[in-house]
Design a protein around this ligand. Sequence first.
Ligand SMILES: C[S@@+](CC[C@H](N)C(=O)[O-])C[C@H]1O[C@@H](n2cnc3c(N)ncnc32)[C@H](O)[C@@H]1O
Length: 286
Amino acid sequence: MNYRHAYHAGNHADVLKHIVIARVIDHLKQKDKPFRVLDAHSGIGLYGLESVEAEKTFEWREGVGRLFLADGSSIELSSDAEAIIAPWRDAIRSVNNPGRLAFYPGSPEIADWLIRPTDKISLNELHPTDYETLAARYGETGQVRLFKLDATAFLKATLPPIERRGLVLIDPPYELTDEGDRVVRMMTEALKRFATGIYCVWYPVTGDGLDQKLRDAVAGMGLRNVLDVRLDIRAVKKNGGLAGSGMMIINPPWHLAEELRVILPELTERLSQGEGTFKLDHQNDE
Ligand SMILES: C[S@@+](CC[C@H](N)C(=O)[O-])C[C@H]1O[C@@H](n2cnc3c(N)ncnc32)[C@H](O)[C@@H]1O
């Protein structure tokens, strides 16, 4: 396991992913019934934008750095788009002192910030050092459960959640050549246990065909309601690199597709590094 998210936190892919999960959590909060966020690949939760790792790549400057100034103030989108990304912005403000953008919240931090006292989170991270960092920040509490398992084993152990409502985030580093197949198997198993969950499955766009393979596999699962959102910041290059990213959202909340339709043109323009494009595809037979 070589991948460390600290080098990439706050980049364009994180921006899209985290805006989407913040929206999903916001929708889950619209009903009183408690829910659980299950994060199968948690990372460490909070990232320093002035850390050695962040300063090796400065990826965040072309991500969150296009939506916030160094003094922590917002570089605003339209008021309609701002209303939609507000939970994500709030999560970022919650980890920064006024006057300076120095930290970026990962998926556990965003969930921890946005959930209500009655909601719960289950965090899983396999990397031993990253697990320690994650565990030190969140600890086992009445609200947070921690796991250090392979993501497939984590989902087997925790699904369905007792709340029977919730978000499952599948966000692997795709560093193994068979990671796409693993994700498909993981989703198939997880859906057998918790068919009504909202699943957010992240994927990279590098030109290696993985995104299409995942899309085809999900299309073959016979699911009734799948939203696929993708934002490319540039054309793919021969030698790879992250040209874009996407999320497949299974059982998306009502109105999420509409909301993404509002923000995607603006977000794409803001994050573009030359040839930004987006796609939104909603297969809904419900
Ligand atoms: C892209 S990062 C997660 C970022 C995080 N979800 C966020 O949005 O802030 C992927 C994480 O998965 C972890 N990981 C890699 N293989 C894993 C596995 N088989 N099971 C669980 N976690 C794994 C990595 O150590 C890494 O921290």
